[in-house]
Design a protein around this ligand. Structure first.
Ligand code: CA
Length: 222
């Protein structure tokens, strides 16, 4: 698997390169947004780890340009900012996942593996349904009544988790543990961000299925 790191903090870029090489990944590392975009446009990478704040071109513009050129390589955005609006902007611009700095290296590795899997491995059973919706976890597509929309990996994982638990109520802690892992630094507002994205997408496909907030408990599908 080939990973591109775009990070201007040289210490961090070096540490990540060493870490990923230890995992037998092929790693290229560049230190500004323009160089990052140039490399990424080659389309040869399985995963791109992209810093948000970069010289010459910021991470969001790198992704926008990349997606505009039809390159759909999964991107994990690193962000020093913990503000929810930056995460939303990052995800809206086409990032598949984000990780606030400082992050746990194990968590980054887990996310790289998850995004890499989406490209490489064949998952035999990828479709599931609930009410009037259909989720394809392989193509990351949500459909209802002939309309479909693509999901990010996390959105798909969240919806899959909700679907497999039927009418059970899932707490934010359960969702965090499932999607980001037990030791992760993910907070409950991560969950809120993804729930709000999914709600918008359910609405977009015209589904009557809803993610219902059970006050003080969590979320369930209705
Ligand atoms: Ca930076």
């Amino acid at each position: 698997m080939r990973v591109l790191i775009v990070e201007d903090e040289l210490h961090l870029a070096e540490a990540l390169t060493t870490l990923l090489k230890k995992q037998k990944y092929t790693v290229d590392s560049v230190n500004d947004g323009e160089a990052g975009l140039d490399c990424a446009l080659s389309g040869i990478y399985d995963v791109i780890v992209l810093d948000l704040m970069l010289p010459k071109m910021n991470g969001i513009d790198v992704i926008k340009n990349l997606r505009a050129e039809g390159i759909d390589t999964p991107v994990i955005m690193l962000t020093a900012k913990s503000g929810i609006s930056d995460r939303v902007r990052g995800l809206d611009s086409g990032a598949d996942d984000y990780l606030p700095k400082p992050f746990n290296t194990e968590e980054l590795l887990a996310r790289i593996r998850a995004l890499g899997r989406r490209r490489g491995e064949v998952v035999p059973e990828s479709g599931m349904t609930f009410g009037d919706i259909e989720l394809d976890t392989r193509s990351l597509t949500l459909s209802s009544g002939g309309k479909s929309i693509s999901l990010t990996l996390k959105e798909s994982e969240l919806l899959e988790y909700l679907i497999t638990n039927g009418n059970a109520v899932l707490s934010k802690d359960m969702i965090i543990e499932k999607l980001w892992g037990f030791d992760s630094e993910a907070e409950s507002n991560h969950v809120e961000v993804y729930v709000s994205f999914l709600r918008k997408k359910l609405k977009y496909v015209g589904s009557e299925t809803q993610i219902v907030t059970v006050r003080g408990v969590g979320y369930t599908l209705k």
